[in-house]
Design a binder for this molecule. Structure first.
Ligand code: Z5A
Length: 206
């Protein structure tokens, strides 16, 4: 039986997921909790190899089905090797992206059939679902501007604005449909204000 809690951070490019993952870890550790941070796609050596395949620009067109199945292949490995054992031991798991990203990018962005994603979610993850998801939301231009300062763009970052608008709309729709688990944070604000909002949500969970 799970003893720890599973928290995910979601949102588009450059909204501050990685930055705020460390902040939340610190908040939880101050309460004496054991916390591990991880990310998707990735989180194990094998899953990080899959991540490379997914993010690198490729010579050939990557089919949407291939992309979706690789996301879940990496997730299956990540759950078995990292997430499930940590939760069983009583650690809190903080994960940068999880299945909401699949619904947003492969479902919303690529337009894949949501029922297929739901089937994979049920069969690959079983009871591994986040207790809390922080959706960092900001207009696409703001996130892109922050992310673009890093240099070379990966396979996803090369998508057009329309793709990212669909991704954002899907995240927001999922939050509206599941307000108990998904809490939306206005990530367009200064980092101090974003972190004050996050702290309020985390304190409510504690
Ligand atoms: N993907 C998918 O398609 N399907 C799936 O199921 C999953 C993923 C799981 C890799 O994700 C790609 O995989 C992703 C979706 C796809 N596509 N893309 N692109 P990723 O998480 O590695 O990629 P990312 O979203 O591009 O990460 P990121 O750009 O590193 O964003 P971030 O972690 O949200 O941002 P950050 O690194 O914390 O912050 C970016 C910069 O902004 C940094 O300099 C910060 O100091 C600064 N920052 C942060 N917050 C603020 C505020 N509030 N004000 C000012 N500046 C700020």
């Amino acid at each position: 039986m799970k003893k720890g809690k599973f928290i995910t951070l979601e949102g588009g490019e450059g909204v501050g997921k990685s930055t705020n993952l460390s902040f939340i870890k610190q908040l939880l550790e101050e309460q004496g909790l054991t916390v591990i941070t991880t990310r998707e796609p990735g989180g194990t050596v094998f899953a990080e190899n899959i991540r490379q395949l997914l993010l690198q620009n490729q010579q050939e067109v990557v089919s949407e089905t291939t992309e979706l199945l690789l996301m879940f292949a990496a997730r299956a490995q990540h759950i078995e090797q990292v997430i499930k054992p940590a939760l069983l031991q009583g650690s809190w798991v903080l994960c940068d992206r999880f299945t909401d990203s699949t619904f947003a990018y492969q479902g919303g962005g690529r337009g894949m059939d949501t029922r297929v994603i739901e089937w994979l979610e049920e069969n690959v993850q079983a009871d591994i679902k986040p207790e809390l998801t922080l959706l960092l939301d900001a207009p696409i231009a703001i996130g892109m501007d922050r992310a673009n300062k890093r240099g070379e763009l990966d396979r996803f970052e090369l998508e057009k604005n329309e793709f990212f608008e669909k991704v954002r709309a899907t995240f927001l729709l999922r939050a509206a449909n599941n307000p108990r688990v998904i809490k939306t944070i206005n990530a367009a604000q200064t980092l101090d204000k974003v972190q004050a909002e996050i702290a309020t949500v985390i304190k409510a969970v504690l």
